[in-house]
Design a protein around this ligand. Structure first.
Ligand code: NAD
Length: 353
């Protein structure tokens, strides 16, 4: 497919290329939709086999961000930055200086943050040339580690699922199996424990497991057993793709609700989950606390406000469950309906259609 056809296929607004021979930088920024506000998105640095692959990644991820931002209720559009990692050693200083100029050249239409292959330090380097970056450290006025905010969003989404299954939001004695005790998983386990839940946890990192056991008093199980634990909730907070044809048959719970991005190996699995009578909280909504956190940086970071906004994920998941029941569709499809409805409404309001 020709490039312009590819850009038009999903109605992307703009795709921009940047070549800097001095910095050895080849980069792309894709802006999918700015109906709700400037496009926000991660900047990933990866080895791509071809330019076509890098373009496809930028197009796909920027579109996903439009729907995520819309469904979650933040006033930003969808964008994505992609840096094609050069062969050999990378001069990070020059690369990020140059990428900062690239972002700045778009005059605020794109706001970038860290993603796969990039770090807070990289983004802070780009900040020398542009103010249109987010996800920076507290020391520079940013939100710092979004883990606890993301965890609070997941906890809030879990409460909506619990209310659906048990009739109220009391978390006392609810059993939760948390897979992954890293930045999000640990903070989630802490919040669940404080609310009176019985928490099982696992991590492939034995030190993290031991630290969670001794500081939080949660029960540690092996990473292999976590799927099979008889719990009310299974909360994936480790890697993507962990719910697949094989693991779904092992899961022994009433609710699947966790932060891990792209936790279903295929979105169609949300149908299998639903047929098994399990409520699935779509990952791109329940894990949106990180997005909410960086959006807050733009107006001047305030942690209490970010936490309160992440708490509203309760309402989002509740609405998604309702839409799914009303329309007899999966919760994943319901989340997409919610995202499209808001986008279409604002498009009409702003006279963009
Ligand atoms: P992290 O790297 O801090 O923690 C992930 C943990 O999972 C690590 O401790 C790792 O050892 C463990 N792990 C990996 N494979 C495992 C396995 N098979 N079984 C058990 N444990 C395993 O990452 P994080 O920031 O806590 O993010 C967790 C997930 O949530 C990721 O998928 C991430 O993309 C997603 N997410 C994170 C945020 C955020 O704010 N950090 C926001 C949205 C989504």
């Amino acid at each position: 497919m020709g490039l312009f056809k590819q850009i038009a296929a999903d109605s992307h607004e703009q795709v921009v290329f940047w070549l800097d021979r001095v910095a050895n930088l080849k980069a792309i920024i894709a802006i999918h939709d700015t109906t709700l506000g400037p496009a926000i998105g991660g900047v990933r640095l990866l080895h791509y086999d071809s330019e076509a692959e890098a373009i496809s990644d930028a197009l796909l991820l920027s579109k996903a961000m439009t729907y995520k931002a819309s469904a979650v209720g933040v006033n930003f559009g969808g964008g994505q930055g992609v840096i094609m990692a050069p062969d050999g050693e990378i001069d990070g200083d020059a690369l990020w200086w140059s990428f900062g100029r690239f972002i700045n050249s778009l005059g605020g239409r794109f706001i970038g943050g860290e993603d796969i292959g990039t770090s807070v330090e990289d983004i802070e380097k780009a900040r020398r040339e542009t103010k249109y970056v987010v996800g920076i450290s507290h020391a520079l006025g940013g939100g710092g580690d979004p883990g606890p905010i993301t965890a609070h969003g997941v906890y809030s989404g879990i409460r909506a699922c619990v209310e659906k299954v048990f009739g109220d939001t009391s978390m006392s004695d609810i059993k939760v199996a948390v897979q992954g005790l890293g930045r999000v998983g640990y903070a989630l386990a802490r919040e669940l424990k404080a609310a009176g839940c019985k928490v099982y946890g696992c991590d492939i990192d034995a030190e993290l497991s031991e630290s969670a056991r001794s500081t939080l008093g949660i029960e540690i199980v092996s990473p292999e057993r976590i799927f099979e634990i008889e719990a009310d909730i299974f909360s994936p907070c480790a890697l993507g793709g962990i719910i697949n044809e094989e693991t779904i048959s092992k899961v022994n719970c009433k609710i699947i609700a966790g932060a891990a991005n792209n936790q279903l190996s295929d979105n169609s699995l949300s149908e299998t989950i639903q047929k098994r009578g399990i409520i699935y909280a779509p990952d791109f909504i329940i894990g949106a606390g990180g997005l909410i956190n960086v959006c807050n940086e733009i107006e001047g970071y305030n942690q209490a406000r970010a936490l309160a906004q992440a708490g509203k994920i309760y309402d989002k998941i509740k609405s998604i469950i309702e839409i799914s029941e009303e329309k007899d569709i999966t919760t994943y499809e319901a989340a997409m309906v919610m995202a499209r409805q808001r986008l279409d409404r604002v498009k009409r309001l702003r006279g963009l259609v």
